[in-house]
Write a protein that binds this ligand. Structure first.
Ligand code: NAD
Length: 287
């Protein structure tokens, strides 16, 4: 089964769109997401456009703030502090990667945790790793949603996650563990990756290395979630971490690139923005 995220994401977004008028009626305004883009990297530009388009579709307010590549870390921090204080802003997202002169962890930690729609803030991640309530990082949240929608049973399964970043690998491993999978995390220092990946009943790959996973590295019937995105320098086309054409015949379920995990990430972002909005409105009401 080729597991596309497009249809599921469209259904979830339609559900959010249906809820927005009720939220407006209840709270007097709609959720407001602010996206900050530093520089004009084409891939980041396209991600930012996608976020604006999805916001428009579901009916939340989106403000994209574009700043030149020379923007200093201090200037960016000052903008974030201003948005943190702005009562009419519910979600703040700084598009990554940032130029080299800006320290990403410093910026991510400066965003108010209650407006951290990406779920990257250290406090949100700490809560996730402790299995406490938090804003879930968008891509891992979308992956679990996709698996459940495809009726893939996770409980008791051997899952292998390739990649250990705090954006995808580590949070997705934690969420799979929460669903009672037994999880192995592989990374760039893993010796004999194929030996590990062949044990997987569920394989999630998030490295950014095109076609890292070949057919000899998977077992028959494996569920494959390909998170990686890179561009083929010859064709300019997007490719995943998995050699799709050769792995697909062995897999019971596999996600394509593009059109697999990507749409779920954006739809989780919309959900997180609404969640931040509702949490803030409830907080205001109670105090
Ligand atoms: P990252 O660079 O922070 O982490 C990559 C991870 O892969 C590291 O933990 C590293 O140890 C591991 N790795 C690298 N080479 C490896 C190898 N040869 N063998 C085993 N492990 C290896 O990247 P990230 O932010 O986690 O993103 C990973 C990929 O997922 C990228 O291609 C990114 O563009 C993509 N991504 C896609 C979405 C989406 O919505 N589809 C969202 C986020 C990230």
């Amino acid at each position: 089964m080729i597991l596309s995220g497009k249809e599921l994401a469209a259904n979830i977004k339609a559900g959010i769109a249906a809820d927005i008028p009720h939220l407006k009626e209840k709270y007097g305004r709609v959720p407001h997401l602010v996206v900050i883009l530093i520089g004009n990297d084409p891939a980041s530009e396209s991600y930012v456009r996608g976020k604006a388009k999805a916001s428009e579709l579901v009916g939340i307010t989106n403000t994209t703030i574009r700043k030149p590549v020379e923007t200093t870390e201090e200037e960016l921090l000052s903008l974030i502090y201003q948005l943190n204080r702005d009562d009419k802003v519910d979600g703040i997202l700084v598009q990554l990667p940032l130029p080299d002169h800006i320290n990403e962890p410093t910026i991510v930690a400066a965003i108010s945790p209650e407006k951290d729609v990406d779920g990257f803030h250290p406090l949100n991640l700490a809560a996730l790793y402790q299995n406490r309530p938090c804003i879930l990082p968008c891509t891992p949240k979308g992956i679990i949603r996709m698996l459940k929608a495809a009726n893939v049973s996770i409980e008791g399964k051997r899952a292998v996650v390739v990649g250990r970043s705090n954006i995808v690998g580590m949070p997705v491993a934690r969420l799979l563990m929460n669903e009672n999978a037994t999880v192995t995390i592989a990374h760039s220092h893993t010796v004999n990756l194929a030996e590990i990946t062949r044990q997987a009943e569920i394989l999630v790959v998030a490295t950014g290395h095109a076609h890292l996973i070949t057919e000899d590295m998977v077992s028959d019937g494996v569920v494959v979630i390909d998170v990686g995105i890179s561009r083929n320098p010859q064709t300019g086309k997007l490719v995943g971490d998995v050699d799709f054409d050769n792995v697909a015949p062995k897999a019971s379920v596999i996600t394509p690139v593009p059109g697999g995990v990507g749409p779920m990430t954006i739809c989780s972002l919309m959900e997180n923005t609404v969640e931040c909005f509702i949490n803030r409105m409830k907080f205001k009401k109670n105090y």
